[in-house]
Write a protein that binds this ligand. Structure first.
Ligand code: ADP
Ligand code: ASP
Ligand code: MG
Length: 831
């Protein structure tokens, strides 16, 4: 005997049902089979929504109508495909359920509440409606089917909506079908999942009960156990059990084999793939379980069994990572608990009297606190019973008020190989701290098969992604959100596109999720296809919006989102704090943020650190030249800046270089302007304000607290020369200064010196202006648009540390930003 369970995902449409039936028939050729089916996909959720809606006065008929429509459509489609399937006939059978459903929902609406018995009867309708459809399809295909009503075979007690199975009674009910027995011989035994018979006490009149949400898995296990099946197959919509929920971790790895205990632990801690109670009855009888894909029946699937398995030899200690959401962490603490016996048992008894089970328990080593998790929905009840239980102690102050942290998530790593394998817990916690996730509690299962952490619920998915990355060494994602795609931004996006495959081979998966330009914004949660991004961005219909990006990041929680500001915007840096708060790192060539007030400068770093984000701006000075990173390395290791000289503008480097050759100053400026080395108005360069910003950033980087307006600006122009008026007027007047520069150059030539324009830092003061330098000075030969940075430090003395090279240009600047983006990956595994 084989037992096959088809979940809602295999019952989602006419085609899915027909495909699933083919699988049943295939199996029935060589084995006797029992089949458990769930409700049609989405129907159980619709039923829950109907209950919730009717409690608050919704209209029962509307809900029933929509659920009826789902079934009518499916039956119609099957009839069109399958001869011998009479939709009308099937719908007539199901209609009884809809009539009852409408009555029940109307009752819920008029009373404004839904008692448990009614809840069970309503929720079970999905399965009761699905069975007649599957039965009719099997019959139409000439199969011999016997339908058993699980409400007369599976007996439960305890919680009516999430019953505990009475295996003895259930086995007796199934007796005559056991081993494909006399009543079941050669017939396909078909049963609805999820529903069962429930009574509080053995002798009570039984009522309809449920096995809990997702309970059809459990139904199948109970049936497999009761019928002595040799194998139980769970048919769903994924190829088997993955190392994490593939909906959360897109590159989760399919697991070939898993032990019962591993699968049990994973499902207990939230892996939705199997109902938590499913594996115990199968393990008890050594019934092999398989997780299979009805959408891809050729796939091998995952085997769950006793183990050890051959396939386990080459895998790490962790087999899976799960996340149980909607939990709450309750803490009981107080000086009165220390060293006293009996407190723990009072806590546990009180909670168990309330019929609530604990999901995880931890005790601090000081015995000062006991914490445990329960389902969020039960948190209030737990708080109430404990407050009552310890009322006296709380009033006397020996026990603190019961603490409830709501909406927590339990993230667990599971694997038999964790036993005697040290370092696993450390790695797990490292992965979480790399993402700045705060741990509320930690627990290790005594079997050493699982380690769980309790964290704030909103970080559940991100924690799973982070841990998965560490344990399975899958490609590290970088999700780029490009704001501004002009010359630098555009070059950057092209570089990312061209490097993607190479980086992936090194285990880094860099993708551009968003491109925002003045034309609008394109955003794709799986990463944009960059092959024609310029055209795509032009066609954008949505306006570029930082808020929209932040909302997207908050909703989808990418693991390593990087906001790239490639604009020259004055305002955008005002949003940087919000961007960090949303958990995004920032990489930018935009100097604005770092040249605003010193307070803002500190605030940026504080908020970035607080949110475990990186703020990266290597290209703020010297474009792609390694300046900022070099300085940070120097100063982090204890060096100190004693002096600095630099030529930090390509246009000024070009203009002053030309003076060496005997060019007139005005001609040099015009030439630079024609070559587009200068801004459209060359005064923007000549005044030195841009140089001042860069000098400010270098000064701040070397630890100086300094504002932009305290930088001394020495004009390069002679006194009395006006730089007012339009660009044309200015340029026309410019030859007036030629003789001034000629005289200067003549004098310097005698001293064997040249004239340069740049910035200096000396004795805690920053100045911008002309420098007269001799051949021994590293700036002497710097011309033609080249930049040079000369750092005198305590260690680099007397010969300074000099960095020189092109300090402008889209290609090198974009490469610098790219380098910054790459710094956001937490580790860089070699391949
Ligand atoms: P069914 O309706 O067949 O019972 P479910 O939706 O209940 O299907 O469960 C299947 C889903 O479980 C998959 O689509 C997958 O997204 C999710 N899932 C969660 N964790 C895992 C995991 N570790 N491996 C595979 N699937 C998982
Ligand atoms: N239909 C029920 C649910 O959605 C049971 C199941 O599908 O396993 O919870
Ligand atoms: Mg399920």
């Amino acid at each position: 005997m084989l037992t096959l369970k088809f979940g809602g995902t295999s019952m989602g449409s006419a085609k899915r049902i027909l495909d699933s039936v083919e699988i049943m028939i295939g199996r029935a050729k060589s084995d006797r089979i029992s089949v458990i089916v769930s409700a049609v996909a989405g129907v159980s959720n619709s039923l829950q929504a109907a209950i919730d809606g009717c409690i608050t006065g919704g209209n029962a008929t509307t809900y029933v109508e929509s659920i009826r429509k789902t079934h009518v459509e499916i039956c119609g489609q099957i009839e069109a495909e399958l001869k011998g399937f009479d939709a009308k006939e099937v719908l007539k059978k199901i209609e009884i359920n809809f009539t009852e459903l409408e009555k029940l929902l109307a009752g819920v609406a008029s009373f404004g509440e839904c008692p448990k018995s009614i809840h069970c009867r309503i929720m079970g309708m999905g399965e009761l409606c699905c069975v007649p459809i599957v039965n009719a399809v099997l019959q139409a295909k000439g199969q011999d089917v016997i339908v058993l009503d699980s409400r007369r075979f599976i007996f439960t007690t305890g919680n009516q909506a999430e019953g505990d199975v009475d295996y003895g009674r259930t086995a007796i009910a199934f007796e005559s079908y056991k081993d494909g027995g006399k009543n079941g011989s050669n017939r396909i035994v078909l049963l609805p999942g999820f529903v069962c018979s429930w009574s509080e006490h053995y002798d009570d009149e039984p009522k309809m009960g449920l096995l809990g949400r997702n309970g059809s898995d459990f139904s199948a296990a109970v049936v497999a156990s009761s019928l002595n099946s040799t194998r139980c197959e769970f048919w769903t919509d994924v190829d088997g059990i993955y190392t994490a929920d593939p909906r959360v971790v897109s590159d989760a790895i399919l697991v070939d084999d898993m032990t019962y205990e591993e699968a049990m632990e994973l499902s207990f801690f939230g892996s939705k793939v199997l109902h938590p109670k499913t594996l115990a009855p199968l393990a008890a009888k050594n019934i092999e379980a398989w997780s299979l894909n009805s959408h891809n029946p050729e796939a091998r699937g995952t085997r769950i069994g006793r183990g050890p398995f051959e396939s386990e030899k080459n895998v790490g200690p962790v087999r899976g990572i799960s996340c149980l959401k909607n939990t709450a962490l309750i803490s009981v603490s107080g000086s009165g608990m220390k060293g006293r016996t009996g407190f723990a048992s009072r806590i546990f008894q009180a909670v168990s009297r309330a019929g609530i089970s604990m999901l995880l328990i931890t005790q601090s080593s000081s015995e000062y606190t006991i914490s445990f998790c329960v389902k969020q929905a039960e948190a209030q009840a737990v708080e109430d019973v404990l407050s009552q239980e310890f009322d006296l102690e709380i009033r006397e102050g020996v026990i603190n008020k019961i603490k409830v942290q709501e909406h927590t998530a339990i993230v667990s790593i599971v694997g038999d190989g964790m036993k005697q394998n040290c370092g696993v817990a450390g790695k797990f916690l490292d992965s979480l701290s790399a993402r700045g996730i705060n741990l509320l509690a930690i627990a290790q299962g005594s079997s050493e098969r699982s380690i769980s952490v309790v964290i704030s619920g909103e970080f559940g998915d991100i924690a799973v992604k982070a841990a998965h990355l560490f344990f399975f060494n899958t490609a590290q994602p970088i999700e780029v959100f490009a704001f501004g795609a002009g010359t630098i931004g555009g070059a950057l996006i092209d570089q990312i596109r061209d490097q993607h495959d190479k980086l992936l081979a090194q285990n880094i998966d860099i993708k551009v999720y968003c491109i925002a330009t003045i034309d609008g914004m394109i955003l794709d949660g799986n990463g944009l296809d960059l092959s024609n991004w310029r055209e795509d961005a032009k066609k954008a219909t949505e306006e570029a919006s930082v808020d929209e990006i932040l909302e997207f990041v908050r909703d989808t929680k990418p693991l390593n989102p990087v906001f790239v500001d490639c604009t020259a915007s004055y305002d955008l840096p005002n949003r940087y704090l919000d961007i960090f708060k949303a958990g995004m790192s920032i990489a930018t060539p935009n100097k604005r943020a770092n040249s605003m007030s010193m307070d803002f400068y500190h605030e940026l770093r504080r908020v970035a650190n607080e949110n475990h984000c990186r703020f990266l701006y290597e290209t703020n000075v010297g474009a792609g030249l390694p300046i900022i990173d070099t300085l940070q390395n120097l100063f982090n290791s204890g060096d100190k800046l004693t002096g600095f000289n630099g030529i930090m503008s390509g246009s000024l480097s070009y203009i002053f270089g030309k003076l060496d050759e005997g060019k007139k100053f005005s001609e040099a400026v015009l030439e630079a302007k024609e070559l587009r080395y200068t801004e459209p108005d060359p005064r923007d360069d000549l005044k030195g304000t841009d140089v001042a910003r860069k000098a400010l950033i270098i000064a701040r980087e070397s630890g100086m607290d300094i504002e932009l307006d305290s930088i001394k600006m020495n004009s390069i122009f002679p006194e009395g020369f006006s730089i007012e008026g339009t660009t044309e007027e200015f340029l026309k007047r410019l030859p007036e200064v030629d003789s001034y520069f000629e005289e200067k150059m003549a004098k310097l030539k005698k001293e064997n010196k040249v004239l340069r324009m740049g910035a200096s830092i000396k004795d805690g003061k920053v100045s911008v202006g002309m420098l007269e330098v001799g051949p021994e000075d590293p700036l002497y030969g710097v011309r033609g648009g080249e930049n040079a940075f000369v750092f005198q430090t305590e260690r680099y003395t007397p010969i300074p540390l000099t960095v020189r090279g092109y300090g402008a240009g889209a290609g090198v600047t974009a490469a610098g930003v790219f380098g910054d983006i790459m710094r956001t990956v937490s580790f860089n595994p070699m391949k």
